[in-house]
Design a protein around this ligand. Structure first.
Ligand SMILES: [Zn+2]
Length: 255
């Protein structure tokens, strides 16, 4: 099995499969539609459950996470995080969220992200999907120099922060909610085509009235094609090529 599977059709670089009412059904959907899906988790204590869901799947990968909004309540799970580190190449959802004005909570978020970033750097070969709401500059600071393939999920920072992230080699995963808001589209427009990926952030993001399952990336591809003024097939291929670059291993062949 190779990660850069040539039969790969679509990419969902950030989906909370474990939070859907029928997660096994979502795994089957990703499998049958050949949608390579990074199944992020919000706490180390739920990683094993998601890892079990992904067992045997060619297209679904469980990611080990500690969501910044849970940093304060679940910081004690860091040791558990460390224990699971060797079980996956994928890390997320991790990051910072400064919608809280509480300085102590922000500080705790930074401490946890810095600890995780250190472990990621030791491995040198992880793929990390990052949350950076109102905190992009600090996320970039904490991750500075860390060896990993870095994906900023649902980026909503300033143009200056975006430019810096581009220079520092980040990829950006774009979802349906971004493409439906004027601000999100403005951000998406600034993202270079060769750094763009698709995601759903389901079930938090909705597609129509339902939670966005990995299938919703097809709609996002269509919207990206319109924005880029290219045929849909071209946009699809661009995102696949970008994702293949994310998956390339630093030293050894893809697993
Ligand atoms: Zn998320």
């Amino acid at each position: 099995m190779t990660e850069a599977n040539p039969a790969l059709a679509f990419v969902d670089a950030h989906c909370h499969i474990d939070l859907f009412p029928r997660p096994a059904h979502i795994v089957e959907q990703a499998q049958s539609q050949r949608i390579y899906t990074i199944a992020v988790t919000n706490a180390p204590s739920v990683f094993e459950h998601t890892a079990r869901l992904a067992v045997g799947s060619k297209y679904v990968r469980a990611a080990l996470g500690l969501h910044p909004e849970l940093a304060h309540s679940h910081g004690h799970e860091l040791e558990q995080f460390r224990r699971h580190l060797l079980q996956t190449r994928y890390i997320g959802e991790v990051g910072l969220d400064y919608t809280t004005p509480d300085k102590d909570i922000r500080q705790e978020q930074r401490r946890i992200l810095a600890t995780i970033a250190g472990w990621v750097d030791e491995s040198g070969d992880k793929v990390i999907t990052l949350h950076s709401r109102r905190a992009a500059a600090d996320v970039l600071d904490v991750l500075k120099g860390i060896r990993a393939r870095k994906i900023l999920h649902w980026f909503s920072g300033t143009n200056k922060e975006l430019e810096r992230a581009i220079i520092e080699g980040y990829f950006f995963s774009i979802n349906g909610a971004m493409m439906q808001s004027a601000k999100g589209r403005a951000v998406a427009h600034q993202i270079p085509q060769d750094r763009a990926l698709t995601e759903t952030d389901g079930p938090f993001v909705k597609e129509g009235a339902s939670p966005a399952s990995p299938l919703a990336v097809k709609v996002t591809i269509t919207r990206l094609a319109e924005m880029w003024r290219v045929p849909v097939e071209h946009a699809k291929e661009t995102v696949l090529q970008n994702f293949r670059r994310v998956l390339v291993r630093n030293s050894s062949p893809a697993l």
